[in-house]
Structures are given as structure tokens and as C-alpha cells.
Design a protein around this ligand. Structure first.
Ligand SMILES: O[C@H]1[C@H](O)[C@@H](O)[C@H](O)[C@@H](O)[C@H]1O
Ligand SMILES: [Fe+2]
Length: 302
């Protein structure tokens, strides 16, 4: 591991100091001003037809060579590297779950939207439900929402806002970005992956929920069952990050080789894709210790 890349995992996600803070704050300020119920509905309509461009998964990964995520205080290199880091981090933690490794590669591919002319504040960053009051753990919550018109609307500015209690996150309108877009793109193209894979991709940026336990009033049983998977994903995700990418490009079983030559095991992914059409062990049990974390988030009303 490169010394500069061997960043202590606990020092990630620092939103109070650091060299990239101004850029990160500016991105969230725009996001928290302009992401409204109306905006999200318009984006669903705009991108719901999937008519923009046809490309393969690996072409999308390649495209992300051209994208540095301006919401991320930890990443000042192209997102394509991050795809391999994450796949590799998950492979280490779950060597037997090829579909999970693939989720690592795929999870951020929706960021191609930023290369199709969308502003970063409508693509990247942590997500939050629109149509209700932002909860305390939303990044920069206290200093970025004051110009958001929805918060002047009584329907949208209570804790439940426009939702029914425990309606389930699948019925919640999340701020628009790469997670929801990629989820819908995978549905549209009928990716042969288990429901856990779709769910993880759809909600991986919803830190206020999966990391901080906010928004429990919107969750149903399905969300609680899926939560350990999202948390397990984030575990592999941050372990991949902790490795960094080294000076010659990210290396690992699934990594880039030097420069742009692909590493030796790229074929592993390609071979994995047809295999994923076959029977998949769904709803695998996680270790009780991890389930315990999820149970702590059970809705108190039940
Ligand atoms: O800045 C990052 C980045 O945009 C990630 O792709 C997203 O998943 C995270 O939630 C966010 O913190
Ligand atoms: Fe992401």
C-alpha cells in the first residue's frame, strides 16, 4: 500500500475540514437548494426512457476516467478507480459472492450522467428524501437548505412530509442522482442480479439512514431486511478506499494494471456476468452480529 494512500479509514467522510472542503460544500449547497419534489419528478420523466445512449458496462467504467466527484471529500481521482477499489474491497470481505463484487463495480456507474451535461449536484453526493424535512444527519443540513422552496411548503416541511408512516423507501422520492438512475437503468435492462444488488445500488448514498439511523419513520420491513446488506456494502466500499490505488494504477484481483492496460483478472468480471443468470442464493443470512446493528434501527412504533 502506498503510504499516502494508506489513509486511516476513520478519517474518511470529514465534512468539517480538509483540502477539498470548499468544493464539497459548494456541491451540497446547490444540491440542497435545488433538489425539490418537482425537480426529482421532472428528472424521473427526463431519464425514465433510457434513450440517451447505448453502452456496455465496461464502456461506462471507462467513461468515469473523466469524472472526479466534487461531493467527495476523500476522492480526488477519477471515479473509474473507485469502481475497482470497491469491487476489490468487497471481494476481500466476501470472496464467495461474485454478484456482490459486481455491485462494487457497478454502484457508481450512474455518474455517467455528469458526463452527459447534468450538473454534479444532480448526480453525486449523499441522498435524502425530498417531500419531508431533512433530518439532522444530512450533511451540512443546518446551512444549506435555507433557499430550498419545498421547506416553505407546509406539506413538505414536517418530519413525515408527504409520506405515510412506514411507507417503505421504495415509495419515497429520494433526491435525484446516480443511485436512483443506475437502479432504474438496471431494472430497465433486466440485469440478472438478486434483489439485494438492486437495493444496495439504489440506496448506497443514503448515509443519513444506513449510517446514522435517521428516517426510520419511512422504513418498512423490507428496508430493515435489506439494511444489513447496504451496511455490508459500505464496509467493503470503505475497505477498498483504505487501500488507495498506488502510483501505478489501482491493482488487485479486479484492478487496473499500469496506465490503462486492464489487470489480469478483468476476465473474472466478464465471466461472472453470464454466471449471474443462474440460480442465486437470495436473502443469505448475515452473521448475527451484523443483524444486531440492523435491529437497533427497528421502527419504534412497532
Ligand atoms: O460523495 C460521495 C459520492 O458521491 C458517492 O458516490 C456517494 O455514494 C456518497 O454517498 C457520497 O458521499
Ligand atoms: Fe455512489
Amino acid at each position: 500500500m502506498e503510504p499516502e494512500a494508506a489513509k486511516d479509514k476513520d478519517s474518511f467522510r470529514n465534512y468539517t475540514s480538509g483540502p477539498l472542503l470548499d468544493r464539497v460544500f459548494a456541491t451540497y449547497k446547490l444540491m440542497h437548494t435545488w433538489q425539490t419534489v418537482d425537480f426529482v419528478r421532472r428528472k424521473h420523466a427526463q431519464f425514465g426512457g433510457f434513450s440517451y445512449k447505448r453502452m456496455t458496462v465496461m464502456e461506462a467504467v471507462d467513461m468515469l476516467d473523466g469524472l472526479v466527484d466534487e461531493s467527495d471529500p476523500d476522492v480526488d481521482f477519477p471515479n473509474s478507480f473507485h469502481a475497482f477499489q470497491t469491487a476489490e474491497g468487497i471481494r476481500k470481505a466476501h470472496p464467495d459472492k461474485d454478484w456482490f463484487h459486481l455491485v462494487g463495480l457497478l454502484h457508481d456507474l450512474g455518474k455517467v450522467l455528469a458526463l452527459a451535461g447534468e450538473p454534479q449536484w444532480a448526480v453525486v453526493g449523499d441522498t435524502f428524501p425530498v417531500g419531508c424535512r431533512p433530518q439532522a444527519s444530512v450533511v451540512f443540513r443546518d446551512c444549506t437548505f435555507q433557499d430550498n422552496p419545498d421547506l416553505q411548503d407546509p406539506l413538505y416541511s414536517t418530519e413525515l412530509g408527504m409520506y405515510q408512516p412506514h411507507c417503505g423507501l421504495e415509495n419515497v422520492l429520494m433526491s435525484w442522482g446516480h443511485d436512483e438512475y443506475m437502479y432504474r437503468m438496471m431494472k430497465f435492462n433486466k440485469f440478472a442480479l438478486p434483489p439485494e444488488a438492486f437495493y444496495i445500488i439504489r440506496f448506497h448514498s443514503f448515509y443519513p439512514w444506513h449510517k446514522f439511523g435517521d428516517y426510520q419513520q419511512l422504513c418498512n420491513e423490507q428496508d430493515l431486511a435489506m439494511l444489513p446488506w447496504v451496511q455490508e456494502f459500505k464496509y467493503g466500499h470503505s475497505h477498498g478506499r483504505a487501500w488507495g490505488r498506488g502510483s501505478g494504477g489501482f491493482t488487485g484481483q479486479y484492478g487496473h494494471g499500469h496506465g490503462h492496460a486492464w489487470g489480469g483478472r478483468l476476465g473474472g468480471f466478464m465471466a461472472a456476468i453470464p454466471v449471474l443468470q443462474q440460480v442465486r442464493p437470495l436473502h443469505q443470512e448475515l452473521q448475527p452480529a451484523r443483524r444486531g446493528r440492523a435491529e437497533a434501527l427497528l421502527p419504534r412504533a412497532r
